[in-house]
Design a protein around this ligand. Structure first.
Ligand SMILES: [Zn+2]
Length: 77
């Protein structure tokens, strides 16, 4: 999962607002969720587990916005 997936979903109107059921218009504040795991030998393993993004509906009459790591649930297949 990456920023490109979010971009494509919005561009193709596949990111759906759960409140008004119209396509989400924009996203903001994208960030990778990084976990750094250190073992006993001082070796650091960095694991990218997901991406957090602020979604904003942007349609008239709807003020839905959400900051979430689970944005894939709003994408229609
Ligand atoms: Zn909406």
């Amino acid at each position: 999962m990456s920023i490109q997936v979010i971009k494509d979903a919005i561009a193709n109107k596949k990111m759906t607002c759960p409140q008004c059921k119209k396509p989400v218009q924009k996203y903001d504040k994208y960030a990778e969720t990084i976990d750094a795991v250190r073992d006993g030998l001082g070796y650091t393993d960095i694991d990218s587990r997901g991406s957090r993004v602020t979604l904003t509906c942007g349609n008239a009459g709807c003020d839905w916005t959400e900051r979430t790591e689970f944005w894939s649930q709003y994408i229609d297949d």
